[in-house]
Design a protein around this ligand. Structure first.
Ligand code: UDP
Length: 241
């Protein structure tokens, strides 16, 4: 099926509903390994400085519009697009795997976080088969053994919570060693599933303002978001002209 995409500052973003995004990734994975990127303005800004990361974003099999900034950019281009939070997208993939007895591998976050996240996921989805789990604080020379062990567990879904851009680079480096496997970089999702970090109240999420909630709760994020977000919006407007 032809991809319906929009281009934001040279980066393709898929235009689909939540259900279509799920169907697309599941269908594509029947034929190949897939890398899903949950794009946001900070990632685009990083892509401008990091060529390797930029190529990965451009070559991803599915780029879902996570984040308010992406929705805003699309709006400025006159495109109405549903925001697809990466954390909810990954959760749906987990639910799909649990329903269909497909093994899931999780890699990333601190040891106690991944343990707790797995425990909570197992409670939520009793049929979930977690075939491999590993915290995200390993050395580069340990990667080979990690990948070999992960491969042997034959996951259908690999969720990597190593932060941006480490998780995307890690997935891109190793995905082709697997077969018909879905890969998603999930950032801080394990922290949420472990109960360490709370998601924004529903009203913030509905309005697409989860970023504002996180900013209020964690003011240190300010340095990370600004000037990235206003600069991104400025560039999108200039680009439109
Ligand atoms: N992390 C990790 N290994 C690292 C660096 C980070 O496992 O070397 C984890 C960290 O513990 C956290 C997640 O990656 O669980 C990144 O969370 P953050 O909210 O920073 O994600 P981002 O904003 O990059 O999506």
């Amino acid at each position: 099926m032809e991809r319906k995409t929009a281009e934001i500052l040279g980066y393709k973003v898929d235009l689909l509903s939540f259900d279509e995004a799920l169907k697309t990734v599941l269908d594509k994975t029947e034929e190949q390994n897939t890398q899903t990127v949950t794009i946001n303005p900070e990632m685009i800004a990083l892509g401008e400085k990091n060529q390797e990361f930029s190529e990965i974003l451009k070559n991803a099999d599915l780029v879902i519009p996570d984040g308010f900034g992406i929705k805003l950019a699309l709006m400025l281009y006159g495109i109405k697009q549903q925001q697809i939070p990466g954390i909810e997208f990954s959760k749906k993939l987990i639910a799909h795997c649990a329903e269909n007895s497909l093994p899931v591998a999780l890699i990333g976050a601190k040891e106690e976080t991944i343990q707790k996240a797995c425990e909570n996921l197992k409670n939520e989805y009793p049929n979930l088969k977690i075939c491999y789990k590993k915290n995200g604080y390993f050395k580069e020379d340990e990667e080979r053994a990690i990948i070999d062990e992960m491969k042997q567990s034959c996951p259908k879904l690999v969720l990597a919570a190593l932060g941006v851009p480490k998780q995307e680079i890690f997935i891109n480096k190793y995905k082709n060693e697997f077969q018909n496997t879905m890969f998603v970089g999930v950032g801080g999702s394990f922290d949420v599933w472990a109960g360490n970090v709370k998601r924004a109240p529903l009203i913030f999420r509905k309005l697409g303002c989860e970023w504002l909630w996180r900013l209020i709760k964690e003011p240190s994020r300010f340095n990370r978001m600004f000037p990235t977000l206003p600069l991104f919006v400025f560039k999108v407007i200039m680009n439109k002209k």
